[in-house]
Design a protein around this ligand. Structure first.
Ligand code: G
Ligand code: G
Ligand code: MN
Ligand code: NA
Length: 253
């Protein structure tokens, strides 16, 4: 209950901020995207990690308002970056299952028009939990989002339900290989096998595949060897504040 009321106050008082983690093309080393990650700075508790408050936001329904703030802020910051002349890349936003309510498409449409963001620069990271529920209506709604021009990704791919048939019917652009498979890719034959299989499956379905949680040069070399398209992780950069992100690009270009 305390975290829940804290979340309400945080929404009212602007206590949330976003950080952005860069994503790279493995072959060309070009920036291909940014993942927006929410941060909460509480006046007394300090920094509260999303793993602590997102589940509570989901249970209380506050995730709908918080999620709306996240999409709006991510679009606003991306438009701002583009206006400063930084390369135009999509910003990816995490969408929790309870946030994917009936009027979600309207929220996305409204935010795009309010921020002036071109739809192809917004990507929605869906969980396998979202795509597995209520098959046909979800299919219709994902196609509606796709028709609006936004990109769709499956986050933490391989950790959720195992039916893969949705990949055929849903207009997905990108699979994100969960970091639990990437972590031991060097030593664990099973993790390497799963990673190879996801890449092969993704490519057969003409999807891009990105590996999450890449921390070392060696992991990156393995991923390059097995044909993974893109990577994200501490090896390249941790999630950065919008200011640090600007400084970082200034120093590395
Ligand atoms: O950035 P960090 O590793 O602390 O994030 C922890 C978890 O919180 C991740 O699973 C991430 O997907 C989730 N998370 C971060 N930001 C958001 C957000 O804006 N919305 C939702 N639904 N989840 C988020
Ligand atoms: O579930 P999701 O993929 O949205 O979560 C992303 C989370 O992973 C964020 O909390 C982010 O801080 C974290 N993260 C990003 N890069 C790395 C990494 O290289 N290693 C680890 N352990 N975590 C990472
Ligand atoms: Mn994510
Ligand atoms: Na993930």
């Amino acid at each position: 209950l305390t975290i829940e009321s804290g979340l309400r106050q945080a929404l009212d008082h602007g206590a949330f901020v976003l950080e952005f983690q860069p994503q790279y093309d493995i072959a060309t080393h070009r920036l291909v995207g940014l993942e927006a990650l929410i941060r909460w700075q509480h006046p007394e508790w300090g920094r509260v990690p999303p793993s602590r408050f997102i589940p509570i936001a989901e249970d209380s329904g506050l995730i709908v308002l918080i999620g709306e703030w996240v999409i709006h802020e991510a679009c606003r910051q991306n438009v701002y970056r583009q206006s400063l002349g930084f390369e135009k890349v999509p910003v990816a936003v995490n969408i929790a299952s309870p946030q994917f309510i009936q009027r979600f498409e309207d929220v996305v449409e409204r935010v795009l028009s309010e921020t002036g963001m071109e739809p192809q620069y917004l990507e929605l990271e869906l969980t396998e939990g979202i795509v597995m529920q209520g098959e046909s209506s979800i299919q219709k709604r994902l196609h509606k989002l796709k028709d609006m021009g936004v990109k769709l990704a499956i986050d933490d791919f391989g950790t959720g339900y195992s039916s893969l048939s949705y990949l055929k019917r849903f207009p997905i652009d990108r699979l994100k290989i969960d970091q639990s498979f990437v972590r031991d890719i060097i030593d664990d034959q099973d993790d390497l096998a799963i990673t190879r299989a996801v890449i092969s499956l993704g490519h057969s379905l003409r999807l891009l595949v990105i590996a999450e949680g890449v921390e070392t040069e060696q992991q990156l070399a393995f991923l390059r060897e097995v044909g993974c398209d893109q990577a994200q992780g501490f090896y390249f950069s941790p999630p950065l504040s919008i200011k640090a992100l600007g400084d970082w690009f200034f120093q590395n270009s």
